[in-house]
Ligand binder design. Structure first.
Ligand code: GLN
Ligand code: ZN
Length: 762
């Protein structure tokens, strides 16, 4: 018998029930008990759908974030929320979301509460609340939540396996506010973990899953040592520990992982398939090896026969010691493919969401325990679906493949180096010093959203929609001229989302209705599905841009999303490497760039908001990624003539470790986020002697605050100490689509006034 188990289930609900319940509670439209009841209902439903598994995760449900849950279980609350007298759940939301000073929800504390910092969970698009530490941090166990959920699960007769984040991963992903050595807290922390495991043992728990994904990253000696210390400390506890790793290969850490004193080890056997043979030799004979053979990070059907081909001999060898599971928690995939009513039927037949992945797990488990014949029909239909996908002409476009095969570096090369281009562009554009511009989008007003939903529902025809959008574009142009901005944008009224908008117009993309994945808290994203070779049947943005340009004599920027960002925010193919899909996207967007240029557009901005997000977990693999990512941008952007100015935008500010690659992209102008760091982050550009132009964001668009002219002038003066003034632009941090016009107009007025002051004093 092969044990089948799951590492975690998506908590948001097949219809995003949790999202809506949370948001209604936060708005004060429903009660805490209603919210808690909905949570219990979702847990019960999700356990019911996993009832027959040999081990079912418990504790994976969260009202906001599993890392924040862990902080509360460990009594590690930021000082600013300690001593709160209200309900624990409300305090939890205070850390998750912050509280302004004025809400009635925090009557006991006059002052506001800053939200916990949020950051990406390893290389996923899930964001967790960063644990905060100081040298004095003390931990204190609060197992209430976990024990309650365990009791519920038991009442439902599921074979419960509590899931917690491991102590070493917990420390490593947190932040020492006072710069203290986090490992100095390990001993204190382990005492509480031991207490937690003992509590679970007293509840009759046999197995506990402890997640230590840091084992797939590069670890220095201190952190390796911490893992040894931790698990030697915890081995006295009377539960069996399944140490779970995922999101990559163990590689050099497999010796460490195999020898930690735990009862079982789970690995991502897709990304880490290469580890398995060696692990078999390293694992002590009593240990369980759990193989993650179903991809928890994508939406494709698993090739069940292929998995069996390589796992059957292992099952033979390991017997009861072999477990199988998805690679990681299913948190990172949508819930139920059966919800999809509109998804292209052919594409749908190739997909599996969480519930379907669990079915695959059942089939594999049965095949391993009772032989393939016992699931012959399931295996045959799986094989047929995979075969259809492999042979579908919708997946394979020979012309696109040929174009990628013929790529040469020359394609990514501008005609001349930046200084030559800059002179020609200056002559053509005639911009003043400190030119002003914005990042692309203007407010997505209620009218815009209404028009779009009417259009999608078929109640507004193509003409009506176009008229409505053109009116919005005309309004943006008017406002920008009145503000006296130098380089205008059309405002992106017609775009729902910077990736979806392009995906919808490219061949090779499909869109789901219910493919929601939690990004943070109640926020979900619905990544488009890149399923086939990418091509662009026709121009995507040229008409809108041409229209916008026709309304003004000032330069109008053409606005595109870059290939790396489109790739990183999509569900991508598992039948070819990421770089290949990226090059295909690059060629398609390149055609758009060239069409814009032909239409007379003088400045083209290609956003790469997610370039950094794609960096691999292991630094040793960064160069390889950066190579094809930068090359993709170059292919997209650099086919234009010298006098066409290429901009790119990145909404983050850590450039130190990738600055050479950023320079390699060779955009004429890059706009970045810097306002919150007081321009210090320009240091990376200064030290590298970045040769091209930079627009350091001068105000934070995430805040409703209106910046003052003096503040902006001050920031730009600081910028000019680091970057020669003649290469500086003045612009906000990011797009303005989430703001109101009433905020945007005064903020930009201050910005333009600041630029004028700078021109007159420089
Ligand atoms: N051009 C986009 C906008 O202004 C850029 C958004 C982003 O960088 N996230 O909305
Ligand atoms: Zn941005």
């Amino acid at each position: 018998m092969t044990t089948i188990h799951n590492l975690g289930f998506p908590r948001i609900g097949a219809r995003r029930e949790l999202k809506f319940a949370l948001e209604s509670y936060w708005k004060g439209e429903s009660s805490r008990s209603e919210l808690k009841a909905l949570g219990a209902q979702l847990r019960a439903r999700h356990w019911a759908s996993q009832q027959d598994l040999d081990l079912v995760p418990v504790g994976d449900f969260s009202f906001y974030d599993q890392v924040l849950d862990m902080s509360f279980a460990l009594g590690n609350l930021p000082e600013r929320v300690q001593g709160f007298h209200g309900d624990a759940l409300d305090n939890y939301f205070r850390v998750a979301r912050g509280r302004s000073a004025t809400t009635p929800e925090a009557p006991c504390c006059g002052a506001g509460v800053a939200a916990g910092e949020m950051t990406k969970w390893f290389d996923t698009n899930y964001h967790y609340i960063v644990p905060e530490f100081t040298a004095d941090t003390r931990f204190q166990l609060d197992s209430t939540r976990l024990v309650e959920q365990l009791t519920e699960a038991r009442a439902q007769d599921v074979r419960a396996k509590p899931v917690i984040i491991g102590p070493v991963t917990y420390l490593s992903i947190g932040k020492a506010k006072d710069g203290a050595d986090k490992l100095g807290l390990l001993e204190r922390l382990l005492r509480v973990y031991a207490e937690l495991l003992d509590t679970l043992a007293a509840q009759g728990v046999e197995w506990v899953q402890i997640d230590e994904p840091i084992l797939v990253t590069e670890l220095d000696a201190d952190w390796q040592h911490a893992l040894n210390t931790a698990y030697h400390h915890l081995k006295a506890c009377k539960v069996k520990i399944l140490l779970a790793t995922y999101f990559g290969e163990l590689a050099e850490n497999k010796y460490l992982a195999a020898n930690l004193p735990v009862a079982g080890l789970h690995i991502d056997a897709i990304q880490g398939q290469g580890d398995v043979q060696q692990l078999l030799g390293l694992l002590p004979a009593h240990k369980v090896l759990s193989l993650g053979v179903i991809n928890g990070r994508n939406i494709w059907k698993t090739d069940l026969n292929a998995v069996l081909d390589w796992v059957e001999p292992l099952a033979e060898q390991l017997g009861e010691r072999l477990w199988i599971a998805p690679t990681c928690s299913l948190l990172h995939v949508p819930v139920d493919l059966d919800s999809e009513q509109k998804l292209d039927a052919e594409v749908k037949s190739w997909l599996a969401y969480a519930l379907q992945k669990l079915n695959e797990l059942r089939v594999l488990g049965k095949a391993l325990s009772d032989g393939r014949a016992s699931v012959a029909a399931e295996l045959a239909s799986n094989a047929a679906a995979l075969k259809a996908r492999r042979n579908s002409p919708r997946v394979h476009n020979p012309a696109v493949r040929a174009a990628v095969a013929q790529l040469t570096p020359a394609l990514g090369q501008r005609q001349n180096a930046y200084p030559v281009r800059a002179a020609k562009q200056a002559a053509r554009l005639g911009l003043p010093a400190f030119p002003t511009t914005t990042i692309g989008s203007f407010p997505q007003t209620a009218e815009i959203r209404h028009a779009r939903s009417e259009f999608k529902a078929g109640r507004l025809d193509q003409n009506g929609y176009q008229t409505a959008m053109r009116a919005e574009i005309a309004r943006s142009v008017r406002e920008q001229e009145a503000l006296d901005l130098d380089v205008l944008v059309h405002g992106e009224a017609e775009r729902n989302d910077m990736v979806e908008y392009f995906g919808e117009q490219l061949d090779g993309y499909a869109f789901s209705q219910f493919g929601w994945v939690q990004s943070y808290g109640s926020r979900c994203v619905k990544p488009p599905i890149l399923f086939g070779d990418i091509s662009r049947p026709k121009a995507m943005t040229v008409e809108w841009t041409r229209f916008a340009q026709s309304l003004t004599s000032r330069p109008m920027k053409g606005m595109l999303t870059g290939p790396v960002t489109i790739l990183n925010w999509s569900f991508v193919r598992d039948d070819q490497p990421r770089w290949q899909s990226c090059y295909q996207l690059a060629l398609a967007i390149r055609e758009e760039v060239l069409d814009l240029e032909k239409a007379g557009v003088r400045i083209i901005q290609i956003d790469e908001a997610a370039l950094r997000e794609g960096l691999p977990l292991r630094k040793s693999q960064w160069q390889q990624y950066l190579h094809w990512a930068v090359e993709s941008f170059r292919i997209t952007a650099n086919g234009v003539g010298d006098e066409t100015q290429i901009h790119t935008h990145m909404c983050y500010s850590e450039f130190n470790d990738i600055i050479a690659s950023i320079a390699d992209m060779d955009a004429d102008v890059i706009t970045i986020e810097t306002s919150r760091s007081d321009m210090e982050l320009l240091g990376a550009f200064e030290n590298f002697q970045y040769p091209n132009e930079i627009g350091p964001g001068v105000y934070d668009i995430h805040s409703p605050n209106i910046p003052t002219q003096e503040h902006i002038v001050g920031l730009m003066k600081k910028a000019a100490e680091r970057i020669p003034a003649q290469r500086l632009w003045v612009n906000p941090d990011c797009g303005l689509k989430t703001r109101q016009w009433a905020e945007v107009l005064p903020a930009l007025a201050q910005m333009v006034a600041a630029a004028k002051v700078l021109r007159n004093t420089a």
